[in-house]
Design a binder for this molecule. Structure first.
Ligand SMILES: [Zn+2]
Length: 64
């Protein structure tokens, strides 16, 4: 059963995903930025958007 209170929006496809399964992306707009923005996505999209030569975090691979 899906708990609707535990959903976040995937920043790539706009669909809802469960917070516990989502990848959290922390964005720091510049090196001098004091604050960050956090967005969420389905883990499969990280693999699609990153160049193939960018190493993947082990947890991203095991999440598939
Ligand atoms: Zn998505």
């Amino acid at each position: 059963m899906i708990d609707n209170n535990n959903l976040v929006m995937c920043c790539f496809c706009g669909e809802s995903t469960n917070f516990d399964l989502a990848v959290q992306i922390e964005i720091k707009p510049s090196l001098i930025s004091e604050e960050t923005q956090v967005v969420y996505c389905h883990s499969k999209y990280i693999d699609k958007v990153l160049h193939k030569n960018v190493p993947r975090h082990p947890d991203l691979i095991s999440n598939e």
